[in-house]
Design a protein around this ligand. Structure first.
Ligand code: SAM
Ligand code: FES
Length: 342
């Protein structure tokens, strides 16, 4: 009943959402997946978009409590890719059929506006049919503006937690939800396609917090929503916390597809890490994006956000064909195109 209502209206009351999020049972999950798949097919058919992920730096000035590359982790191995290494990863990715490059990294002052603008402009110049996505954390309005003018199309910045108290429990005192939210609105104003999102099952997260996240997303109306399970990293303050579950992540992916019918929704690497078929199940529950790793193999293990991260040993080509197999086995097809939101 509730799932049908969500399918028909795209929304539920807080109480109804709470019931849907917490109700047990395979039949609920199956019905939700069925409707989520129906909606994704209405808007995107059976296409799955590939985003070539280039993890450009494991240096970070922030100290988010959950993250393996937080500055306080003295055991983290640090690296950064220079312009040539990024270009060569992109060249490789283009040959493999990727038409979006995502440059992601810790907040690393090495990447000045000037350097990033040069890299973005070169990417757009060499590959005019590709989208450039950035995921480099919080920067100033002026910085986002320069990067946008240099050609960046999209920006991924998970809001992490829309509830201010939860946000504070997950981040050090010098970080503030207000600033993160401001960044998201600045990005939107500057004409980026914006991605927000949160971790599922983060320490201290309640169902009410998750509902607040969904409400925040309804206000922001991002083109992309990134959610994946929280997975503990052994060298962080959350080393002994429980991770997010497959069931809850799938439940939320299905709900998000019905609340945001046209959103670009990745089946994340974290989801593939907690279950060998996590990404396939994600695709069957409304996801329409996957992000194969394009980073040079020798740095991959160093972009160590959480324990047991998958895809750290494979060459980009292997990762690409592995994902193609997985996408096809789940009943979808790989789309060689930019894959903008409809
Ligand atoms: N520095 C950029 C930022 O803050 O948006 C991008 C890099 S950051 C490592 C990318 C995302 O990784 C974060 O938004 C966070 O949700 C996710 N992440 C970090 N640690 C994680 C963990 N232990 N488990 C699952 N996801 C995690
Ligand atoms: Fe990277 Fe399978 S997706 S190896």
């Amino acid at each position: 009943m509730m799932i049908e209502k969500l399918y028909n209206t795209g929304d539920l009351s807080d109480d109804e959402l709470k019931m849907l999020i917490t109700s047990d049972g395979d039949s609920v999950s199956e019905q939700l997946a069925m409707y989520a798949d129906k909606v994704r097919r209405q808007h995107y058919g059976d296409k799955v978009f590939l985003r070539g992920l280039i993890e450009i730096s494991s240096y970070c000035k922030n100290d988010c409590l959950y993250c393996g590359i937080r500055r306080g982790n003295k055991n983290a191995q640090r690296y950064r890719l220079d312009r040539e290494q990024i270009m060569s990863a992109a060249e490789n990715g283009y040959k493999l059929g990727f038409r979006t490059f995502v440059m992601q990294g810790g907040e690393d002052a090495y990447y000045t506006d000037e350097l990033l603008c040069e890299i973005i402009a070169e990417l757009k110049d060499r590959y005019p049919d590709c989208a450039v996505t950035l995921s480099l954390g919080e920067r100033t309005y002026e910085s986002y503006k320069k990067l946008r003018e240099a050609g960046a199309d999209r920006y991924l910045l998970r809001h992490e937690a829309a509830d201010c108290q939860l946000y504070k429990k997950l981040h050090p005192a010098e970080m503030a939800l207000d600033n993160r939210v401001k960044c998201l609105y600045n990005l939107r104003e500057l004409g980026y396609q914006v991605g927000a999102g949160f971790m599922v099952g983060a320490p201290f997260q309640t169902v009410e917090n998750i509902i607040a996240d969904l409400r925040f997303l309804q206000e922001l109306r991002p083109q992309m929503i990134g959610i994946g399970p929280f997975i503990p990293h052994h060298d962080t303050p959350f080393a002994n916390e429980k991770g997010g579950t497959l069931e809850l992540t799938l439940r939320l992916l299905g709900i998000i597809r019905l609340m945001f019918p046209k959103v670009l929704l990745p089946a994340t690497t974290a989801l593939g890490t907690i279950s060998p078929i996590g990404r396939e199940l994600g695709l069957k529950t409304g996801c329409n994006v996957v992000m194969p790793n394009l980073s040079p193999v020798d740095v991959r293990k160093k972009y160590d956000l959480y324990d047991n991260k998958i895809c750290t040993g494979e060459e980009a080509a292997e990762c690409r064909s592995c994902l193609q197999r997985r996408i096809e086995s789940a009943g979808y097809t790989v789309a060689v195109e930019r894959g903008d939101a409809v």
